[in-house]
Design a protein around this ligand. Structure first.
Ligand SMILES: N[C@@H](CCC(=O)N[C@@H](CS)C(=O)NCC(=O)O)C(=O)O
Length: 202
């Protein structure tokens, strides 16, 4: 049995998207970031970082959303996992790139412009995050101009990992990056993505 630790209102949403793509049943521990449950010795034994998402897949424990999705797609022999070595490497490349260049940035931007109560927002943090996100989007745009998908001829776990992290960018004006905008919409129009988005937005 697969257990996904983490609420759909967290980076666990990415893993739920992958589970929906693979049609995998799972138990969800619907915990928000920093919820008391993530601080217990039992959870810290699973993930000493105390972070979500974490999965327990029949006793195999794994954290880091990008790694989890790569693992699940490969384990279930999904077409989302590139069979070609170079496309596999590209899926890894874009997943790691996302974690480095876009992940925290897009979260910080949205939190400090709209999500947090006004008194807690830090405009300078939002500006720094946006500046970095712009640089990342400027990298993504020409890559998607060259190739419809990030890791091979079809939608793959590479696209899912980057598009899922850009969930918050769905609410941002991306007109300056038309390829990113079209690609992002196509990714989020997938039935599995719509399913998980509906759970989050209900
Ligand atoms: N790189 C990690 C980041 C995980 C992460 O930071 N998760 C947040 C929730 S979205 C969290 O658990 N925050 C709690 C904390 O920072 O203590 C991943 O992609 O899984």
């Amino acid at each position: 049995m697969l257990t996904i630790y983490g609420s759909v209102h967290s980076r666990a949403m990415r893993v739920m998207w992958m589970a929906a793509e693979l049609d995998l049943p799972y138990e969800n521990k619907d915990w928000l970031p920093r919820a008391p449950e993530t601080k217990t010795p039992d959870f810290r034994a699973l993930n000493a970082n105390g972070r979500i998402p974490t999965i327990d897949d029949d006793g195999f424990v794994l954290s880091e959303s990008m790694a989890i999705n790569l693992y699940l797609a490969k384990k279930h022999k999904s077409t989302l996992y590139p069979s070609d070595l170079k496309n596999e490497a590209l899926a890894l490349q874009w997943s790691l790139w996302e974690t480095d260049r876009l992940d925290r940035q897009i979260v910080d931007y949205q939190r400090h412009t709209s999500q947090l109560p006004e008194a807690e927002r830090k405009p300078e943090l939002a500006a720094k995050a946006w500046n970095e996100a712009v640089q990342a989007l400027d990298v993504l745009e020409p890559a998607l101009k060259k190739s419809k998908w990030l890791a091979g001829p079809e939608f793959s776990v590479g696209d899912l990992n980057v598009a899922a992290a850009l969930y918050r960018a769905l609410a941002v004006d991306l007109a300056k990056w038309p390829q990113v905008q079209t690609w992002l919409k196509t990714c989020w129009d997938r039935p599995a993505a719509k399913k998980v988005r509906a759970i989050r937005e209900k």
